[in-house]
Design a binder for this molecule. Structure first.
Ligand code: HEC
Length: 230
């Protein structure tokens, strides 16, 4: 019985280290100069070890799935951010805030179609419904390091494979702070008292203030189900 138990432990250990080795390999992907600590793929040996990052290269994704992800990110970006900024210009910040607070979630769900999920997320969220999952949080932290290094890409992809073999494209489009965003995401001095009051009322745990122009605010994150490996 005891021997049986230690066999199980050994097997588990082997599976676990295989997952670590695999994720480390996929993290390298021909880019040996990447720092292991900051690469999101490498952090994969923690709780969700059953899911591994298979690739972080856009070339490894079939073009139709990539086009779907890009299209969804653009549609949400245009549908939401452009409407918000237009409202800001024509009707002012208070009306824009009401629009954003009332319509952002509904507008976002309008862009969800079968097999595709698109939404905005950030390491500092205003609406807790936009909080990142663990994969998104890792990528956001990684993009933050790239932003600091001055090498923020316009998009970032990961192909993830779960324990049961299903594969998924995770597509990320960084969103940075423009001047107009400061009306609602800037410092206390940049946000008018009425906006501040409305924010405090609607979002008591708001973390999305104190940004400066050019800061990385978050990402538009898209998930597309991929066909399994042949
Ligand atoms: C008029 C106020 C206002 C302006 C201007 C504004 N936002 Fe927001 N922003 C909000 C509100 C309200 C939410 C929460 C909406 C929701 O429920 O998703 C939000 C949420 C977000 C989120 C989702 C993550 C989170 O914190 O919940 C991102 C990303 C974001 N804003 C980026 C921007 C960017 C980039 C700009 C400028 C292009 C901008 N915002 C301008 C009010 C504003």
């Amino acid at each position: 019985m005891r021997r049986f138990r230690s066999m199980i432990v050994l097997t588990l250990r082997t599976v676990f280290s295989a997952a670590v080795v695999l994720s480390t390999l996929s993290a390298c992907g021909g880019q040996a100069d990447r720092s292991p600590a900051s690469d999101p793929a490498n952090a994969n040996n923690t709780p969700d070890a059953a899911t591994i990052v298979e690739s972080t290269s856009a070339e490894s994704v079939d073009s139709a799935s990539l086009a779907t992800a890009r299209g969804a990110a653009t549609a949400l970006g245009q549908g939401l951010m452009k409407q918000l900024l237009a409202r800001l210009e024509t009707a002012g910040a208070d009306s824009a805030l009401a629009f954003c607070a009332d319509s952002a979630q509904a507008l976002t769900s309008r862009y969800q179609v079968a097999g595709v999920d698109v939404h905005r997320t950030s390491l500092r969220v205003r609406n807790p419904s936009n909080a990142p999952d663990s994969a998104e949080a890792r990528v956001l932290a990684y993009l933050e390091t790239l932003k600091t290094a001055g090498t923020l890409p316009s998009e970032f992809v990961e192909v993830r494979r779960s324990g049961n073999g299903t594969r998924e494209l995770r597509y990320f489009r960084p969103v940075t702070i423009a001047a107009g965003c400061l009306n609602c995401h800037g410092t206390v001095e940049q946000i008018t008292p009425s906006i501040r009051a409305a924010l405090a009322e609607r979002y008591p745990n708001d973390e999305a203030v104190g940004y400066a122009e050019g800061d990385l605010r978050g990402v538009v994150a898209v998930r597309v189900a991929l066909p399994g490996r042949q």
